[in-house]
Design a protein around this ligand. Structure first.
Ligand SMILES: Nc1nc2c(ncn2[C@@H]2O[C@H](COP(=O)(O)OP(=O)(O)OP(=O)(O)O)[C@@H](O)[C@H]2O)c(=O)[nH]1
Length: 601
């Protein structure tokens, strides 16, 4: 039994910064190789979720098999693994990369290398990929391919002399990309006679087929009817279907070494398929499992509650359905004094949180209230134990706490020189520690260590606004460090609103408290009575604002009527329908919970 090279196969991904044209190039490759007829070709085939399309970001890794007749007269099988570009989904990038031998590095020839170009290409280099640089958007007048080539060599340190200049939009030189894939990227190797060894790359729930599993075969073959075993979970399944995406699902008799394809096997839940697991033959198992991936850990948590308590069961079922397709989203039931029954949910980052919330509201027609997002803190208690704190409302009595550790990230920011001062100031304000400052062409590259809790809320928005959209940003979690953190509570009309409580650094507490009270004053509509809004640490009030009472009482004629009619009238005063929640006697609009945290301090 010896490994063979499969000369007619190339497995590759496309890595790029957001908006540099990865999806447009993928579409062109599909179109040029004729995998879809013009009519079947809807724009951006690989981004297939509504929200993805609207936001123009790729979330779930997809794959497609292309047949390409090259200039040497031979027909090659090209497996393209799509990878998401956003920092929140970095783990999905790494798993797609593990299934390939090479990458196309797409760089916008008018913009040049950006923070996510760097982060993604370093992941590809770590995965031992051969890399072909592609300079996109050369149709733009501002494109400067020669300068960008130099930049790629200088900053990334890879040879860019053969970089392929293209325009994915106009279709210019797509053939050049296909030839480079065939000529420059290495073919896969594997042993067809060895026991089956395959990498579980991805899985998702399909309403008709059940769980569909994407695999990369390393050794052996995978056939319909075969009984396979997942080495991590120990579960066995008989294969119902085996095939490839071309890009339509196409069944095949078998998949061999070096191939990328799917199987179905009456698996009920995505959670039963562990991404990174090794799949082998149940009767003739392989001796050694593949290295696999680190499991993904949610880093941001928040509570999601139905506006209408009667919607709780609908919310539970909607979450169950979403989780079927997104194993990185976690949830468990939670009760809150003010918000009633809901769920504590874990996400990979803030964008992931927003996407899940949007899907719940849009696809399942739910009105939700989300509490302040929080990172995961490690608390050392005086009795010697350690606990993970996902919700500031659950913080134990301070007397029991020995120390609190918070997650830190290492962030890389690329910015035009003009905005460098503001970027450094922002990082400094957020308790950042500068690690490096360099130049990439005319732009500055700053590396900072920052506490994640200073970044989750609005760091990215602030960075974009102070740099007029020009700065790019990428990060990874580096470690946990002890911090002087305190719990800040917010009281509205004298009552604590646990959904607004948060952990802050002691030095930043007063500023944050003041900003929070000011923001709430703007967001909470006036009532018939005066409402004090306070921020407190323990029993000590650190900031206070007052919402003045309504002068004109539009609800006067409802006196004696029920509260909901009264509230309806108040709502009518405002534009459109606002979602409110009652805390004691005060109605707090839904936006307050996240908006209150997006502050300038
Ligand atoms: N002028 C010009 N525009 C292009 C070209 N390629 C892509 N674009 C445009 O650039 C924008 C971003 O392209 P996408 O293909 O969606 O970018 P992406 O890298 O896939 O972005 P994510 O999915 O967010 O990772 C779109 O508006 C495209 O129409 C090109 O060659 N020339």
């Amino acid at each position: 039994m010896t490994a063979r090279t499969f000369d007619n196969i190339r497995n590759f991904s496309i890595v790029a910064h957001i908006d540099h044209g990865k999806s447009t190039l993928a579409d062109r490759l599909i179109q040029t190789t004729g995998a879809l007829s013009a009519r079947e070709m809807t724009e951006q085939v690989l981004d297939n979720m509504d929200i993805e399309r609207e936001r123009g970001i790729t979330i779930k890794a997809q794959t497609v098999r292309l047949d390409y007749k090259a200039q040497d007269g031979r027909t090659y099988i090209l497996n393209l693994m799509d990878t998401p570009g956003h920092v929140d989904f970095a783990y999905e990038v790494s798993r797609s990369l593990a299934a390939c031998e090479g990458s196309l590095l797409v760089v916008d020839a008018s913009q040049g290398v950006e923070a996510q170009t760097l982060a993604n290409v370093y992941q590809a280099i770590d995965a031992n990929h051969e890399i072909v640089p592609v300079l996109n958007k050369i149709d733009l007048p501002a494109a400067d391919p020669d300068r960008i080539k130099e930049q790629i060599e200088e900053v990334i340190g890879i040879d860019a002399s053969d970089a392929v200049p293209i325009s994915a939009k106009t279709g210019l030189n797509i053939e050049g990309v296909l030839e480079a894939i065939v000529q420059k990227l290495p073919p896969p190797k594997g042993d067809p006679d060895a026991p089956l060894k395959a990498l579980l790359v991805d899985s998702w729930y399909d309403a008709y087929l059940g769980v569909v599993v994407l695999v990369r075969i390393v050794d052996g073959t995978m056939k319909k009817g075969q009984t396979i075993k997942m080495m991590g979970t120990g579960a066995s399944y008989a294969l119902d279907r085996v095939g490839v995406f071309s890009p339509k699902m196409t069944e095949l008799a078998q998949l061999g070494p070096g191939e990328v394809g799917f199987f179905t096997a009456s698996i009920k839940e995505v959670a039963d398929t562990r991404v990174g697991d090794t799949i082998t033959d149940d009767r003739k198992p392989t001796a050694e499992a593949l290295p696999g991936f680190k499991p993904v850990q949610p880093v941001v948590f928040c509570g999601l509650f139905p506006v209408d308590a009667a919607e709780f069961e609908n919310l539970r079922s909607a979450m169950g359905k979403l989780r079927l397709n997104d194993a990185s989203f976690s949830y468990e039931m939670e009760t809150s004094a003010a918000l009633g029954f809901g769920f504590r949910c874990g996400f990979l980052g803030l964008l992931h949180l927003e996407i899940i919330q949007e899907r719940l509201e849009r696809e399942f027609n739910l009105d939700l209230i989300s509490t302040a997002p929080s990172v995961v803190y490690h608390l050392k208690l005086r009795d010697g134990s350690t606990i993970e704190l996902h919700n500031p409302a659950d913080m134990p009595d301070v007397m029991k706490i020995e120390s609190i550790e918070e997650p830190w990230i290492r962030a890389t920011i690329l910015t035009p020189d003009d905005y460098l001062g503001s970027v450094l100031k922002l990082c400094q304000e957020r308790r950042g520690v500068q690690i490096d400052l360099n130049y990439v062409g005319k732009r500055a590259m700053v590396v900072y260590d920052l506490p994640l809790n200073e970044v989750v809320f609005d760091f990215y928005d602030r960075l974009k606004s102070i740099s007029k959209g020009y700065a790019s940003f990428d990060y990874h979690i580096s470690d946990y460090r002890e911090g002087d953190l305190v719990k800040m509570s917010v009281l509205v009309n004298g009552e604590p609103v646990d959904a607004l409580s948060m952990l802050v650094h002691r030095d930043r507490a007063e500023g944050r408290g003041r900003a929070m009270c000011e923001k709430l004053k703007e967001l909470i509509p006036p009532h018939m009575f005066q409402i004090p809004v306070q921020a407190a640490i323990g029993g000590k009030i650190i900031a206070r604002e007052t919402i003045r009472a309504l002068r004109k009482d539009v609800t006067a004629k409802c006196y004696g009527g029920d509260a909901s009619r009264k509230r309806k009238l108040l709502d009518k005063q405002k534009e459109g329908k606002k979602r409110m929640r009652q805390f004691g006697k005060v109605d707090i609009p839904q936006e307050a919970f996240i908006a209150a945290l997006k502050m300038d301090t």
